[in-house]
Design a protein around this ligand. Structure first.
Ligand code: N01
Length: 556
């Protein structure tokens, strides 16, 4: 079979369809990948586990779910018509609106005919003789593809906590990352929320308005910055759209996190106390993730970071009336920003409500769930419903659920047993023609995901076109290039304060998961340049194989 021509049809040997590319997942990454590959004239099949497109925004329907990147920026940039015509209603769009946008994109670019919904990929096995992948789906079919692209998302494998008695709870149990599609009504109920990461922090204020009583079980206090969400006016949208070319360019090329914002020109200790406080106040009043961009050394210098951490702790103490509760809500075991910072609407103020209780399960761990209560070392809390905001097996969890077998039958899980190993986050040696979008070793979760998704999809598309045009059948990361990249990712991470936190970036939230800093912290602008340079040097560090003669492109 040749990759030179689009291929489609029955593969009689395998007993199923044959495609140029199988894409796993129909979130924002999978949809754009499909669009771009179609542009090359290739045959593509996208498999999606859910019964709709939208990925993370399809699953995360919990009360209060919204994006923590402003919507004018958390949106595709590949089509100017699309970004000019879509009206975001608020500064931070709520989940239903983002899902509507995903569906709009699916319709506008006529993506649906190539997406198989309600279909999981269970297995993918590389055939070394044919240089193709045999892919088995949950409905029992096997298809063949030259390439497989994993667009499985970084935070899509919801993690149920291992708490004794959970299965015996008599009320309803919800996970924020796997929320039901039908409306959930908490009115008149005593509700427990376990977990105070972004999902808990967004859902707590909304659930508190409905529940007769809400008990929040907190193991680790988190830093959160007010969103100051508000409707967007037509004038605001138009002003933003007018500057889109520069906003998008700047976000892609000049930033670390893919968010267009004012860039800091100094460190926190370069300013005196008064000036520093004025700057923090101003960013607090503006709200959102860009709080961390007040100074350029908050992620690097502990003393600098302390000034920002102290400022936010003071704000919490100002907002929360009960001093004991305020103290519990003040994060004290990690520098600000080293766990994903949260963006909230009235989170801390919610603890002033008479129907809300905070329980510190760091000092009083949950011992078990009873049929009608949460039992801590100190006492039982009777509840009617449980909300688990306990997070995800991040970055590797969704990939690990697929039985992926590369050269010599090695599974990706075996290869990644001591932590994920990739070259540039897009490929893993020994797994030819298998691409990962926003995989470990790329900026991914440390960035505006839209920026990182578009960069990866564009790069992968160019790479496949390059192979097709030159008659290459297989492409694979070189082991040496991969080892150097893994070392580089690790080295850069350890020049920052990030590894000081027990975060899901480190795999620390999953018992037994290797503790390795997974995303690339060098920033999206730097990373893009590295990827572009690799491509410009003929995909340096990858081995491309033609049918007749192998070509080796050594990493420098
Ligand atoms: O998950 P988390 P999340 N018993 O892992 C606690 C993105 N996101 O779903 O810190 C008791 O951050 C755990 O405690 P600890 C965003 O990137 C984005 O909230 O391990 N508690 C922690 O408090 C975010 O970072 C948006 O001590 C248990 C919480 O549960 C990422 O998704 C919105 C426990 C989990 O926090 C994950 O956020 C939402 C146990 N057994 C999410 N196990 C946007 O706005 C865990 N915890 C775009």
């Amino acid at each position: 079979m040749s990759a030179l021509q689009p291929i489609s049809g029955k593969d009689h040997a395998a007993g199923g369809e044959t495609y140029d590319v199988v894409v796993v997942g129909a979130g924002f990454a999978g949809m754009y990948m499909l669009h771009k590959l179609r542009g090359l004239g290739l045959t593509v099949r996208v498999y999606e586990q859910g019964d709709g497109v939208g990925g993370t925004w399809y699953w995360n329907r919990y009360p209060g779910a919204r994006c923590d990147v402003e919507s004018m920026q958390y949106s595709y940039s590949f089509s100017d018509e699309l970004q000019q015509e879509w009206d975001w209603s608020e500064r931070y769009a709520p989940q239903p609106e983002i899902l509507k946008y995903a569906n709009h994109v699916a319709d506008r670019f006529k993506l649906r005919p190539d997406i198989a919904l309600n279909t999981r990929i269970d297995q993918a096995t590389f055939d070394e003789t044919a240089n193709t992948w045999r892919v088995t789906t949950s409905d029992g079919n096997t298809v063949t593809a030259k390439y497989v692209v994993l667009a499985t998302g970084c935070l899509s494998n919801a993690r149920m906590p291992d708490i004794k008695g959970l299965s015996g709870f008599k009320g309803k149990v919800y996970h924020t990352g796997h929320w039901p599609h039908e409306p959930v009504e908490f009115t008149g109920l005593r509700v427990a929320v376990i977990g105070t990461g972004s999902s808990g922090i967004q859902s707590v204020p909304v659930i508190a308005e409905q529940a007769s009583h809400l008990t929040v079980f907190q193991r680790t206090a988190n830093f959160s910055i007010p969103a100051h969400n508000a409707p967007l006016s037509q004038e605001e949208r138009e002003a933003f759209r007018a500057k889109y070319p520069e906003v998008r360019r700047f976000a892609r090329e000049e930033t670390r996190n893919g968010i267009y914002t004012e860039m800091p020109d100094r460190g926190a200790l370069d300013d005196g106390d008064n000036e520093r406080r004025t700057r923090y106040e101003s960013r607090w009043a503006y709200g959102g993730l860009t709080f961390m961009a007040v100074y350029n050394d908050l992620a690097l210098n502990k003393a600098a970071n302390d000034t920002a951490s102290d400022f936010v702790r003071e704000k919490i103490a100002e907002i929360v009336k009960d001093p004991q509760t305020a103290k519990l809500l003040q994060p004290n075991n990690h520098p600000i920003g080293t766990k994903r910072i949260c963006v909230d609407t009235d989170y801390f103020a919610t603890f002033n409500r008479p129907n809300v209780t905070l329980v510190d399960i760091r000092s009083n761990p949950i011992e078990e769930i009873l049929p009608n209560a949460v039992r801590t070392a100190a006492r039982d809390y009777e509840v009617d419903a449980l909300v688990l905001a306990t997070g995800f097996d991040a970055m590797t969890g969704s990939v690990a659920k697929i039985d992926i077998r590369g050269r010599n039958g090695q599974t990706l899980n075996q290869k990644w047993a001591e932590g994920p190993k990739t070259y540039l986050g897009v490929m893993s040696a020994g797994f030819p023609n298998l691409f990962i979008i926003t995989g470990p070793g790329s900026p991914s979760v440390l960035s505006n995901m839209m920026v990182s998704i578009e960069q990866h999809v564009d790069w992968i598309t160019d790479c496949i076109a390059h192979m097709r045009d030159r008659g290459f059948e297989a492409m694979e990361a070189e082991k040496q290039a991969e080892e150097s990249w893994v070392a580089h990712v690790n080295e850069v991470a350890h020049t920052t304060l990030y590894p000081q936190a027990n975060s899901w970036y480190m795999g620390a939230n999953i018992p037994g998961k290797p503790q390795i800093f997974m995303p690339y912290i060098g920033g999206v602008g730097v990373y893009r340049q590295i990827c572009n340079n690799v491509a410009a040097k003929g995909y340096e560090g990858f081995v491309m194989t033609a049918v007749e003669q192998p070509q080796k492109i050594a990493a420098s």
